[in-house]
Write a protein that binds this ligand. Structure first.
Ligand SMILES: Nc1ncnc2c1ncn2[C@@H]1O[C@H](COP(=O)(O)OP(=O)(O)OP(=O)(O)O)[C@@H](O)[C@H]1O
Ligand SMILES: [Mg+2]
Length: 205
């Protein structure tokens, strides 16, 4: 059985690509054959995939238009994927809806800011209308801050699941992606690496 996870948020810059690629690398390291499908016209995940393709490192990244998502999913399954992570685009409801419809689980990254929280409701509504399993991943958080606690409270009040592992605001996330890596490769014993393993564990459960 292949599980499809869509990274979704109507707001830009929430961490869709960061969480998508790190999750994919961590899943591969855990022995789960993983393929990323990039349907964002910005193609950030696909460009990261190009950097890795030079050395032939998995996961494979398939670049696709949202209208070709069914074909991309077939290609990923033909490659033996057990986990497919779809990186989607901000401000693009059509792309988001196709990706949500294809997913078994929708992960919604959200930063602990008022603007992100205001935007979050619209993404949550989309997943609810499509009757999808969805959960918010708080991204770029700092430990034990008021912002984080308030954001967690606001998300819980919306009645949506919150993944219990938050993703910290750490420079390792940006540096790893820039160098075509995941944080578990960039700094295997670092804090970002251990929280990514914990995040993967939660999602695998
Ligand atoms: N946890 C984090 N710690 C530090 N920097 C982060 C973190 N998450 C994301 N960033 C940085 O924030 C920026 C936006 O992140 P990312 O590209 O993952 O968001 P996105 O939702 O995919 O954006 P877009 O909507 O443009 O596709 C990037 O420069 C990334 O390196
Ligand atoms: Mg992105």
């Amino acid at each position: 059985m292949t599980v499809v996870v869509a990274m979704a948020s109507l707001k830009g810059g929430t961490g869709k690509t960061t969480v998508c690629l790190n999750l994919a690398v961590t899943a591969e390291e855990a022995g789960l054959k993983t393929v990323v499908i990039d349907v964002d016209p910005q193609q950030a995940s696909a460009k990261w995939g190009d950097l890795r393709a030079v050395t032939g490192r998995s996961p494979t990244v398939i670049s696709a238009m949202a209208a070709r998502l069914p074909q991309a999913l077939e290609s990923a399954e033909a490659l033996g994927a057990k986990l497919i992570v779809i990186d989607t685009a901000a401000h693009a409801e059509g792309i988001l809806v196709s990706s949500i419809d294809a997913a078994d689980l929708v992960l919604i990254p959200c930063r602990p800011t008022i603007v992100d929280l205001q935007y979050l409701a619209s993404t949550v509504q989309l997943t609810a209308l499509r009757r999808k399993n969805a959960a918010v991943v708080l991204n770029a958080v700092q430990t034990r801050t008021v912002d984080r606690c308030q954001a967690e409270g606001a998300i819980t009040d919306m009645g949506i699941n919150l993944v219990p592992v938050g993703v910290s605001n750490l420079v390792a996330y940006a540096r790893a992606i820039t160098t075509g890596q995941g944080v578990t490769e960039f700094e295997p014993s670092g804090r970002a690496a251990s929280e990514m393993r914990a995040l993967f564990g939660e999602i695998a459960d």
